[in-house]
Design a protein around this ligand. Structure first.
Ligand code: DP6
Length: 335
């Protein structure tokens, strides 16, 4: 029997994964680029008993390590992941999983990228898979959360798109560029339509094909903006990309509306920050909350401004981070 505990961070996409050429094999229609965060993390303990034929056990804890009931979709997500890992690596034995998020469970922030990256790191060690970082990235996305492939690495990360590209890779380390992601929470519940549904419906949007044509140039600009630490070039693309993701979602069949009125109020506040001379740029994933990217030196000013915006429930300042970490203390054992 072997036990391993890892935490992994969430990430924010600069160029979004939205649409797949093969959703079952989690092959994206386009490459995506993200920044790995530091503070928003999932921590997971995996205990593996080789050869034991018994049902897996899954436990969820809150940020203070108190047990909380599992929702069915949450349980099914982890079960799907374990099944996919067993099949891929011929694992025989039984898993005990204990997991928690350190960010507020009701913050409406996607925890699947951090959750599956932490789970993959735990499975790799507990079941002695011996995977290298690329293998770990592949294992993280195996059950459907493509963005989890990027949370295995710190810094700036690219997940290419091709039948062979099953894993992401780091394009610059976390200490390369001190960027912050100040997250304005405007919706605290989970999203009504999953990203998986969004990927499935994306190609039905009349804007999807045009997006694919525009992406090569946009990807090249983002890569070079990162390499030159050039926020003035990166920022407008972040906003373009987020608007386009939601444009595609809103024009899919049936349409998907993730924004809330306060999403637009925050976008307006970000434009106001810029007219006051602060280089702050917004992006959104498949949800209503707004991630505001800025130099870490502006983080406090941006957080203060966002906390005053009507409709903002909470502001979570986060920043670029170094990726998964190993921990000695198991999840669920705090007194
Ligand atoms: C909009 O299929 O990875 O965040 O498993 O829910 O995290 P989750 O979704 P996934 O799609 C990610 C969609 C996105 C853009 C991105 O992170 O690239």
């Amino acid at each position: 029997m072997k036990t391993a505990t890892y935490s992994a961070p969430s990430n924010i996409a600069f160029i979004k994964y939205w649409g797949a050429t093969d959703l079952d094999r989690v092959l994206p229609s386009n490459p995506s680029i993200s920044m790995t965060l530091s503070e928003c993390r999932s921590q997971t303990t995996v205990r593996f008993e080789p050869g034991v034929r018994a049902p897996d056990e899954i436990f969820l804890f809150d940020s203070r390590d108190q047990p909380v009931p599992l929702t069915e979709p949450f349980r099914r997500g982890i079960e799907r992941h374990l099944a996919a890992a067993r099949q891929r690596y011929g694992i025989e034995g039984c898993f005990h999983i204990a997991t928690r998020n350190n960010f507020p469970a009701q913050a409406g922030l996607a925890s699947s990228a951090s959750g599956f990256a932490a789970l993959a790191a735990g499975i790799n060690e507990a079941a002695d898979l011996g995977l290298d970082p690329a293998g770990l990235s592949d294992l993280a996305r195996i059950s459907g959360s493509g963005s989890a492939s990027r949370s295995v690495f710190g810094g700036f990360v690219e997940w290419p798109a091709s039948a062979e590209a099953t894993s992401a890779r780091r394009i610059a380390p976390a200490d390369y560029w001190a960027l912050s992601d100040v997250i304005a929470i405007v919706e605290s519940g989970g999203k009504e339509v999953s990203s998986r549904q969004g990927h499935r419906r994306a190609a039905a949007s009349p804007h999807f094909a045009r997006r694919q044509e525009l992406l090569p140039q946009r990807l090249a600009t983002v890569r070079s903006a990162i390499s030159n630490r050039d926020l003035e070039t990166l920022g407008p693309i972040l906003e373009e990309e987020a608007i386009e993701l939601h444009l595609v979602a809103m024009s899919s069949h049936p349409p998907i509306f993730y924004w809330k009125p306060a999403t637009l109020t925050v976008l307006e506040a970000v434009r106001r920050l810029r007219s006051d001379g602060v280089s702050a740029w917004a992006t959104m994933d498949a949800g209503a909350n707004v991630h505001v990217l800025c130099a870490t030196t502006s983080e406090r000013e941006v957080a203060t401004a966002l906390s005053r915006v009507p409709g903002v429930l909470q502001v979570l300042p986060d920043r670029i981070g170094t990726g998964p970490r190993r921990h000695e203390e198991a999840v669920g054992t705090a007194p």
